[in-house]
Every structure is written in structure tokens, then in C-alpha cells.
Design a protein around this ligand. Structure first.
Ligand code: C2E
Ligand code: C2E
Ligand code: C2E
Length: 88
């Protein structure tokens, strides 16, 4: 069957991220657009990002990676299980 092992992958919900006009997430949104461009990955509803890039972004927010994760969670732009989005 399909494996469903838990992962710590950072997956952004792009619809929510880009809709959320919040000033607070402006840099995350800009970063996500840049990554989409670099990958040529334009059609996804979600975007998996590198742990390294989360670390870099955390510095921009004068925070820690876990602090930024918390902030993203508060804004509801983090996807816990991307497969769940496509289920049903
Ligand atoms: P690159 O870092 O030399 O990676 C070349 C290709 O290796 C990528 O092409 C991708 O197919 C694969 N690759 C590298 N790392 C990973 C990974 O952790 N997971 C997966 N699934 N594949 C990986 P791609 O996606 O077309 O990206 C082209 C170039 O764009 C990359 O060259 C890199 O310079 C940049 N890039 C793309 N996505 C990111 C990102 O999330 N963060 C950063 N910093 N650069 C990125
Ligand atoms: P997953 O990582 O749990 O991702 C589930 C689905 O979320 C993916 O289904 C895809 O529709 C979406 N998704 C996740 N990250 C991205 C992203 O950065 N860009 C876009 N456009 N969509 C994303 P999909 O493509 O059918 O993949 C199913 C599973 O296959 C993935 O589950 C993962 O376990 C594996 N997989 C697919 N592509 C890669 C890859 O480049 N690297 C690795 N290691 N696994 C991959
Ligand atoms: P993933 O593809 O499942 O990769 C999981 C981890 O394996 C990555 O975590 C990274 O540590 C390592 N890895 C996979 N492929 C490569 C590679 O070509 N070169 C190196 N040096 N390491 C690799 P990381 O970096 O935190 O990335 C998390 C997820 O973000 C990846 O999961 C993938 O879905 C996405 N991603 C990261 N970089 C790229 C990229 O350049 N292109 C694409 N298309 N997706 C990427």
C-alpha cells in the first residue's frame, strides 16, 4: 500500500499564502514566488520548501525556524498533510 510515514517537510498552502494580504507574511510570499520561478513549478496548490530556506527566512523575521513555523501555523498557511488536500 501507500506509505504514510510522518514527515517534517515544510509545505506551504499557496492559495492561503497569496490570499492572505497580511503584511506579516509578505517576505514568505515573495520567497515562495521566487522558488516557484526557479523550479518552474507554477501550477501547484502547495509548495514544499527547503529546511535551509526556512532557516534563511527565519533570520529575515528575526526569529528561529520553529518561531517562524509557529507564525506560519497561526496564519494557517502551513499544510500538515499535503495528501489530505487531494483526498476525498
Ligand atoms: P539545484 O539546487 O542545482 O537543483 C537541481 C535540481 O535537483 C532541481 O531542479 C531538482 O530537480 C533537484 N533537487 C535539488 N534539491 C532537491 C530536493 O531537496 N528535493 C527534490 N525533490 N529535488 C531536488 P529544479 O527544481 O528545477 O531547481 C532548479 C534550481 O532552482 C536549483 O538547482 C536551485 O538552484 C533553485 N531552486 C529550486 N528550488 C529551490 C529552493 O527551494 N530553494 C533554493 N535555495 N533554491 C531552489
Ligand atoms: P507529498 O510530499 O506528501 O506531496 C503530496 C502532494 O502535494 C503531491 O502529490 C503534490 O501534488 C503536492 N506537492 C507537495 N509539494 C509540492 C511542491 O513543492 N510543488 C507542487 N506543485 N506540488 C507539491 P504528488 O506530486 O502526486 O506526489 C505524491 C508523493 O510522491 C509525494 O507526497 C512524495 O512522497 C512523492 N514525491 C513527489 N515528488 C517528489 C519529489 O520531488 N521528491 C520526493 N522525495 N518525493 C516526491
Ligand atoms: P524531498 O525531495 O523529499 O527531499 C527531502 C530532503 O532530501 C531534502 O530536504 C534534502 O535534505 C534532501 N535532498 C533531496 N534531494 C536532494 C538533492 O538533489 N540535493 C541535496 N543536497 N539534498 C537533497 P530539504 O532540502 O529540506 O527539502 C524539502 C523539500 O523541499 C524536498 O523534499 C522537496 O519537496 C522540496 N525541494 C527542495 N529543494 C527543491 C528543489 O530544488 N526543487 C524541487 N522541485 N523541490 C525542492
Amino acid at each position: 500500500g501507500v506509505r504514510h510515514e510522518p514527515t517534517n517537510k515544510i509545505v506551504l498552502d499557496l492559495e492561503r499564502l497569496y490570499d492572505e494580504a497580511s503584511e506579516d507574511l509578505a517576505y514568505v510570499a515573495r520567497y515562495a514566488r521566487a522558488i516557484q520561478q526557479q523550479r518552474g513549478d507554477y501550477n501547484g496548490r502547495v509548495l514544499s520548501i527547503r529546511a535551509d530556506d526556512l532557516r534563511a527566512l527565519a533570520i529575515v523575521y528575526d526569529s528561529s525556524p520553529s518561531g517562524l513555523i509557529e507564525r506560519l501555523t497561526e496564519h494557517g498557511v502551513l499544510v500538515a498533510d499535503p495528501r489530505a488536500l487531494f483526498a476525498s
